[in-house]
Every structure is written in structure tokens, then in C-alpha cells.
Design a protein around this ligand. Structure first.
Ligand code: ADP
Length: 246
């Protein structure tokens, strides 16, 4: 569904991405890395928001390039900081997102109903967006990003600022959505990915330093024990120091 080949990107002096390559099918993918690792930059390149010149990105056989809009309906993106229309209802926010993502007029009511159900917002559909709690607002953001049922969804730190119960709710939601899509979720919390992510990608300083399943990361941790950290956290620490994958 998503292929990234040898992707590099620089903001003036900062080399944010250095030769990233990955291949992604359906499932939940955790994109882990410290602040500044390049996670957001990678996501923005994948949705065509940053005009990269080095490397290529292909979504369902369609290249992500300026002037080619054919991939856009296949992609959903939730930025780390997003706006909702506070002055109107939850449902109207999602209707607008469906329209903006190109859902056909007669398919909009069904698509909206379905995503409100999945994100557990049906009972709130008439509430003003400004009245939502943090967790519900995050779910509204996810509903707006996914109402057109993209093949590839990129969610930038969707659990930031949420309490543990709300984070668990989002994890459940992602698992449900990943049945027929690729969901890439960035986070710097390893525990956000346990029981959810089929695969973990670790980035550091613009490079992909680990690509494997949660048990692989745990195995890595077993070989690099560190006092005060559990095995998975040790694996993450170790992954940050690995050289870039070929
Ligand atoms: P992450 O999402 O992992 O925190 P980012 O992709 O936001 O990382 O940032 C990667 C690098 O690019 C960092 O060094 C960051 O300072 C730099 N960077 C990000 N956005 C910009 C920008 N708009 N202008 C200049 N540098 C940027």
C-alpha cells in the first residue's frame, strides 16, 4: 500500500530525513522516535505536504508527486496539532471532512454515520465541537481524517495529552480501523504500541534504525539491559543507537 524509497528531506540547514526506505501493508504500524527524529516530516512527505526531491513515495501504485492528485483520496492524515470547527456540531465537522476528501454527495451520510459509530461519537453527533473533552476531540480528529476510509492513514501523536483510559480507547479504535487499511501512528511512548502495533519502526536523527515486530524489539532489549527500564524500553533505547538499516 505504501512504499517509501530512499527518501531524504532537508529544511534549509537541517537534514530531517536521510535515506528512508520502507514497505507497508495493512495493519497498525508504530512510528517511534524522540522529538526531532523526523517522524512528522516523514508523514508530511507521504501526504504530499512537503515537496521532497530525493527519493520516491508510492501509495497503491500512485506516486506522490506535485501535480498528481490521484493518491490524495487514498490518504488520511491527522497532524499533531489540528483544528476542528469549534462553532459547529461534531456531525457537521465530519460531513465537511467527507466532502473535502472527495466522498460523493450521496455516500456522505453513510460514511459519516459509520465513522461516528466506529469512533464512538454517535451519541455526541449534535454536540458543539467546542464542548468535547480532550479524548473526544482526538476521536473527532481521527473521524475527520478517516471518514473517506483511506487505504493509508498517518496519525501524528494521536494520544498526546490523553489519560491512560483515553489512550486505551484510541488503541482499540486503531485496531478496528486497521482491518483494511495501513495505519501509521507516531508516538514517543513505547507502551502506546503494546498489543496494537503489528510492526514498529524506530527513527532517530532522520534515519530508520529499527523495523520489526514488538517481540523483536523486546529481544533487542534482552541483549541491552538497562536499569529502571522494562525489556521493551531497553529495546527502544538500543534501537535508537543502531546504524541505519540498509
Ligand atoms: P519529530 O516529528 O520526530 O519530532 P520533525 O519531523 O518534526 O521530528 O523534525 C525533524 C527535524 O526537522 C528536527 O531537527 C526539526 O527541528 C526540523 N524541522 C521540523 N520542521 C521544521 C521546519 N518547518 N523548519 C525547519 N526545521 C524543521
Amino acid at each position: 500500500m505504501l512504499t517509501v524509497r530512499d527518501l531524504s528531506y532537508s529544511y534549509r540547514q537541517t537534514h530531517a530525513l536521510n535515506g528512508i526506505s520502507l514497505e507497508i501493508g495493512p495493519g497498525v504500524y508504530g512510528l517511534l522516535g524522540p522529538n526531532g527524529a523526523g517522524k512528522s516530516t516523514l508523514m508530511k512527505c507521504c501526504v504530499g505536504l512537503l515537496p521532497f526531491r530525493d527519493g520516491e513515495i508510492i501509495i497503491n501504485r500512485r506516486p506522490v508527486t506535485a501535480g498528481n492528485n490521484s493518491y490524495k483520496r487514498l490518504v488520511g492524515y491527522l497532524p499533531q496539532y489540528f483544528d476542528v470547527m469549534d462553532f459547529t456540531s461534531v456531525e457537521r465537522n465530519v460531513i465537511y471532512a467527507a466532502w473535502a476528501h472527495g466522498v460523493k454527495r450521496d455516500a456522505i451520510p453513510g460514511a459519516v454515520r459509520e465513522i461516528l459509530e466506529i469512533t464512538d461519537l454517535t451519541s455526541k453527533k449534535n454536540a458543539m465541537a467546542r464542548s468535547l473533552s480532550g479524548g473526544m476531540r482526538q476521536r473527532l480528529g481521527i473521524a475527520c481524517a478517516l471518514v473517506h476510509r483511506p487505504r493509508v492513514a498517518l496519525l501524528d501523536e494521536p494520544t498526546v495529552g490523553l489519560d491512560p483510559l483515553q489512550r486505551a480507547g484510541i488503541r482499540q479504535l486503531l485496531m478496528q480501523l486497521a482491518k483494511d487499511s495501513s495505519i501509521i501512528v507516531s508516538t514517543h511512548l513505547v507502551e502506546d504500541l503494546v498489543g496494537v502495533a503489528n510492526r514498529v519502526l524506530v527513527m532517530n536523527a532522520g534515519r530508520l534504525t529499527f523495523d520489526g515486530a514488538i517481540p523483536d524489539l523486546e529481544h533487542l532489549g534482552a541483549d541491552h539491559p538497562s536499569p529502571g527500564l522494562n525489556q521493551l524500553e531497553c529495546g527502544y533505547q538500543a534501537a535508537l543507537n543502531l546504524p541505519a538499516l540498509a
